[in-house]
Write a protein that binds this ligand. Structure first.
Ligand SMILES: Nc1ncnc2c1ncn2[C@@H]1O[C@H](COP(=O)(O)OP(=O)(O)OP(=O)(O)O)[C@@H](O)[C@H]1O
Ligand SMILES: [Mg+2]
Length: 1107
């Protein structure tokens, strides 16, 4: 069963101020204090959440807490900001009601933190997904960016928001965030140029100087030292617990997540740097002829650097600090600025630059977080606006801020009452009029279009003539004198003439939250918020996109003589829009309270809290809430909570919940005027009644608890007893079993001992008997063995004797027979058998020799020289003869396989061997090469067709040879053709015949003994072909060519044989000259190839590589 809890459970003080009894300011504060001391920082007033700033981190914002509050009713759990956020988110999602969360309170009360808790709660409970998460991340990350630029350390708060912020978060129908829109209100720009004691400028200045890299600072022309900048107050430049450098990294990261481009970030930082530089510009007076002083820039370095940063022409800006152009009705008048005016202009420019940059930043963030779809959206607005401010010295800013708070209070009252009223009507309860203070009258004093203070101020600002803060105060004194909330010393209301707490230059307004004294000094200036046109024009001329964008009015093409709307006017308009916007939404209030001024945990300053409780109108809030009925609750949870108070409803009520509640209340005899039955809720008029019910419930719970305890204890004891009983039986059984087991073991052991003794005794007895028996048997056996042995030996001796006699006889007989046989054999063997045995033995040996030879026969190859060794010396001659016969037979067999063609080839090879073997070193390499004859395929190659046709006979050899030139020893390729009748030399490329030598003309051929292919063809003297002289040729196939030439010559019967001359020096006849060709062994230098060199006219030297 689900356990229903309630805000009323474990309450410290009261969780809802509506239930406070008795209701007084003291008890109110006492209750807050009690809760604060117990870290209960949230308390309700109905649906309004009061939040006390704990000034320490509490563990109440964990993911588990989010889960705890998720989808729970508002009053179900102890008060928490998550309950409000959950309520708002659920009614947005399920009831399709736009929501707004209004967070108010004074500076440092925790508004910004509260807004962040609300946003993070909504982010945690709404949908998930890549796109949704990105939107959430962008919405959440917009906070650090805005805080860096819009927050500053003040005496009240180290992270004080110096602008008002309203953020609309947009959701789709499922409740997933789509995007958001941020509106900003009145940035406190005066802080840029001056900060009160103990306060700092906006965080971003310190973050930039502490966190930027050296490179970046150099680029921005900045120095890390804060003291170099006039606009940065030094007394509190660093804040405890704030790491500016780390924050700078966080801000840059957040800007990246939100979607800022790198160049945009750079531009923003340039502007920040420019503001710092601007603060350092100083002026000095320079006298003019007309007697007036004119301002001049003192040290132009900062001005120069600032102009470089923003791309502004230095002279233009410098002039704008010295002159001012006033345009009126087509006329332009230029007046000089004195030093004070120049400083005013400089500060005005810095303030404008910064505040416009801030507005641009907000717009830029809006562009990024804008919802992408155009479908209808549900909206949750979160308003984190500056709270009511009462300082010692209050100026225009406080006036504006307090005006805004008046407006918020007004809609708070309106909406709270309206809601109360609507609920009564919804529930059908009669509406009783509630008295409350309506601050509309104060709002009217400030914003009335005719005679409101803002309208008066605007009127003064626009009025021609001398306008000062004093003239403005005069005006107020006359117009507002009668107003009951306006007080001034000089007003026509004589009541204040003697009020010394009211200085002459001040006026006082009685705000709903208290009286505030405003000093009029600066009201007119601040309301005007003027920036000299020369300055805005100088800015517009900058060569910097962002600056140009920030000062559109500086565009000379769009000169507008109309005054820009005043600050007050603008603020009033934007507050008006905000109010309209809020009125369309369902409001949820968070009222933040600051417990002390020391920013310290655990300190609760009663007076400070009391002051805030007063001006936040919290007591009124409670009264309004209690004016009708203090407490209301739906019937079901009410019945569920109190049903134990009545017998009929306990433990279960069968009928409708309302009837159950009716039965319950009548049974308890609660007076009828104390409650009213609504349609879905019961309304209880007095907290007393509720506490009566609660008390009764507590008592009843105690009784019930006692009953439950009693039954439980009884049950527990009974179960325990039964368990003991059961255990005892089990233990006894186990014990008995164990004892019996032990006894049995003992008996068994004894039996075994007795048994073993008896068995031992028996065995020993038997053993003894057996031993005796065995000994008797052994004796008998031994005796009989001896006896048998003796008998056997006797018999053996007898037999031996007998056998000896027999053997002697047979030996003698055999010897005699042997002698007889030998005598016979000798006679016979000598006559016949000797020769036969010899022949037989020889035959057997030869037979064995042949069979052995058969097995070891060599192969049929004629060149196989192997032959087995002869096993018998007397067969040596036969063995060698058989070898010769076998070789001849083998050669015959080999020859018989030859074709005619092969035979001719072998004959040639034989001829080559006869000619060259052991005579020429080239020969051995040629043996394995077959003689192919035609190497150029003369019949097939079309190139040589003509050459082939010129040769009549069959070509025996065709090859490419080198014809050696006698002049240089170099070779020219030639086709060498040999037929039966002649040899032909032809050109290798064309096939043209160069020389044809009939074979009879060839007398001899010269070759060397070495490993070269040179050969000389010596022609017969007087032959016709010898006219050109002999031929010195070279070919790798020399052996084949010469052999073929020799064989062809030998085959022809007509002529003498060609002589083959082998020597390393021979004479060659070239035409008339005789040249000696000499072969030498090559030197190591050119020993790789054969080279022929001409040494002189008579000597050609061929160098042959050494083998
Ligand atoms: N719920 C909280 N838990 C812990 N610390 C808190 C809480 N609320 C506020 N604080 C502390 O109080 C400081 C001031 O809070 P915050 O900045 O929200 O005040 P503020 O109301 O926005 O003030 P201002 O009007 O000056 O902007 C925070 O910096 C934080 O240290
Ligand atoms: Mg704040």
């Amino acid at each position: 069963m689900e356990v229903k809890t309630s805000l009323l459970d474990n309450m410290i003080g009261v969780g809802d101020m509506v239930l406070l009894e008795p209701l007084s300011e003291e008890s109110f504060i006492e209750n807050l204090k009690k809760r604060f001391d117990h870290n209960e920082i949230y308390t309700y007033i109905g649906s309004v959440v009061i939040s006390m700033n704990p000034y320490k981190s509490l563990s109440i914002y964990s993911a588990e807490k989010v889960e705890e509050y998720r989808n729970r009713n508002f009053y179900e759990l102890s008060p928490h900001i998550y309950a409000l956020a959950d309520e708002a988110y659920r009614s947005l999602r399920h009831q399709d009601k736009d929501q707004c969360i209004l967070i108010t309170g004074e500076s440092g009360a925790g508004k910004t933190e509260a807004s962040k808790f609300v946003m993070s709660y909504v982010a945690a409970v709404c949908g998930k997904g890549q796109e949704v998460n990105k939107v959430k991340e962008q919405l959440l990350q917009s906070n650090p960016v805005l805080e860096a630029f819009g927050n500053a350390k003040t005496v009240r708060n180290d992270n004080s928001s110096r602008f008002g912020k309203y953020m609309d978060i947009e959701f789709d129908f499922k409740g997933d965030p789509l995007g958001g829109v941020i509106s900003n209100y009145l940035l406190e720009k005066s802080r840029v140029v001056k900060q009160p004691r103990g306060e700092r400028n906006f965080h971003i200045f310190y973050q930039l100087l502490s966190g930027a890299s050296d490179d970046m600072l150099k680029k921005l022309k900045l120095d890390r030292d804060f003291s170099k900048y006039n606009y940065l107050s030094l007394d509190s430049a660093t804040v405890n617990g704030l790491d500016d450098a780390a924050s700078f990294r966080t801000v840059r990261n957040a800007m990246q997540i939100v979607g800022f481009m790198e160049d945009e970030v750079q531009s923003i930082l340039e502007l920040i740097a420019a503001v710092l530089k601007l603060g350092n510009i100083e002026f000095k007076p320079e006298s003019r002829v007309n007697g007036f002083d004119e301002s001049r820039v003192k040290d132009k370095n900062d001005l120069k650097e600032m102009c470089e940063l923003l791309g502004i022409e230095q002279s233009v800006l410098e002039r704008a600090f010295s002159f001012r152009t006033v345009e009126a009705k087509m006329e332009k008048v230029s007046t000089t600025l004195n030093v004070a005016q120049a400083y005013y202009a400089r500060d005005a420019l810095a303030k404008n630059l910064y505040s416009r940059l801030f507005t641009w930043l907000v717009n830029r963030i809006n562009e990024s977080i804008k919802a992408q779809t155009k479908t209808r959206k549900k909206v949750m607005g979160v308003l984190d606006i500056y709270g009511f401010e009462i300082f010692e010295d209050n100026s225009f800013e406080q006036f504006i801020i307090n005006y805004c708070n008046e407006k918020l209070q007004q809609i708070f009252i309106e909406l709270t009452l309206r809601e109360e009223q609507e609920e009564y009507i919804r529930e059908g309860i009669e509406w009783t009029n509630i008295e409350y203070f309506n601050n509309a009258i104060i709002c009217d004093l400030i914003e009335n279009n005719k005679n409101g203070i803002l309208a008066m101020l605007d009127e003064e600002c626009l009025r021609p003539g001398t306008v000062t803060d004093e003239t403005f105060l005069d005006k107020l004194n006359t117009v507002c004198a009668e107003h009951q909330h306006f007080e001034s010393r000089l007003s026509k209301n004589s009541k204040f003439l003697t009020d010394h707490s009211l200085p002459h230059n001040c006026f006082r307004i009685q705000h709903y939250a208290g009286k505030v004294l405003y000093r009029v000094e600066g009201f007119v200036d601040k309301n005007n918020d003027l920036l000299y046109r020369d300055l805005s024009q100088a800015m517009y001329k900058a060569n910097h996109n962002l600056i140009k964008l920030l000062f559109p009015e500086g565009n000379p093409a769009k000169v507008n003589l109309k005054r820009p709307p005043t600050a007050g006017f603008q603020f009033r308009a934007s507050v008006g829009t905000l109010m309209k916007n809020l009125l369309t939404k369902n409001p949820n209030y968070i009222r933040c309270i600051k417990p002390n001024d020391k920013k310290a945990a655990h300190i609760f300053t009663d007076s400070l809290v009391c002051h805030q409780v007063r001006y936040l109108g919290l007591m009124e809030n409670v009264r309004v809430r209690r004016a009708g009925y203090a407490f209301r609750q739906a019937y079901e949870p009410c019945l569920e909570r109190y049903k134990m108070l009545c017998k009929q409803t306990w433990p279960h009520w069968k009928g409708p919940a309302r009837e159950g509640v009716e039965v319950l209340l009548s049974d308890l005899q609660v007076p009828a005027e104390e409650f009213a039955y609504g349609r879905s809720k019961i309304f209880i008029r007095n907290p007393r009644t509720l506490f009566f019910l609660e008390e009764k419930r507590r008592q009843c719970l105690e009784d019930l608890a006692a009953l439950i305890q009693k039954i439980y204890r009884g049950w527990k004891c009974r179960t325990h007893f039964l368990l003991l009983k059961k255990s005892q039986v089990v233990v006894a059984a186990w014990y008995r079993r164990f004892a019996q087991q032990k006894k049995y073991q003992k008996i068994r052991c004894s039996a075994l001992v007795v048994q073993s003794f008896i068995r031992g005794w028996k065995a020993r007895k038997l053993l003894r008997e057996l031993k005796h028996k065995k000994r008797c048997e052994e004796a008998v056996t031994t005796i009989s063995a001896y006896w048998h042995g003796t008998q056997a030996r006797w018999e053996l001796r007898r037999l031996k004797k007998e056998a000896w006699n027999k053997h002697a006889v047979s030996v003698i007989w055999a010897a005699w027979l042997g002698t007889k046989v030998r005598r016979e054999y000798r006679k016979f063997f000598r006559a016949n058998a000797g020769k036969k045995i010899y022949d037989f033995t020889i035959q057997r040996i030869i037979q064995k020799y042949y069979l052995g030879l058969k097995k070891t026969m060599p192969s049929m190859s004629p060149i196989d020289k192997s032959w087995s060794t002869c096993p018998y010396g007397f067969l040596d001659g036969t063995h060698q003869e058989l070898r010769r016969i076998f070789h001849l037979w083998r050669c015959k067999k080999y020859r018989s396989q030859f074709t005619e063609e092969k035979k001719a080839t072998y004959e040639e090879k034989l001829a080559a061997s006869e000619l060259f073997k052991d005579k020429k070193a080239l020969y051995p390499s040629s043996v394995s090469q077959p003689f192919k004859g035609d190497y150029v395929e003369i019949t097939k190659n079309p190139k040589y067709q003509k050459l082939n046709s010129l040769v009549e006979d069959k070509v025996l050899l065709a090859d490419v040879v080198s014809k050696i030139n006698r002049a240089n020893g170099k070779g020219t390729p030639r086709i060498f053709l040999l037929t039966k009748k002649c040899l032909v030399l032809a050109d290798q490329k064309t096939g043209q015949v160069k020389a044809s030598v009939p074979l009879p003309d060839l007398s001899s051929v010269f070759v060397s003994t070495q490993n070269d292919g040179f050969f000389a063809l010596k022609l017969r003297e007087g032959a016709t072909s010898a006219a050109k002289g002999d031929y010195l040729l070279s070919s790798d196939r020399l052996i084949e060519i010469i052999t073929k030439l020799y064989c062809t010559g030998a085959a022809s019967a007509e002529r003498n044989q060609i002589k083959i001359d082998i020597s390393d020096e021979f004479l060659v006849q070239f035409k008339q000259d005789k040249v000696c060709v000499k072969f030498i062994q090559g030197t190591p230098k050119n020993s790789n190839s054969v080279s022929c060199k001409r040494k002189n006219n008579r000597l050609l030297e061929v160098s042959v590589p050494s083998p």
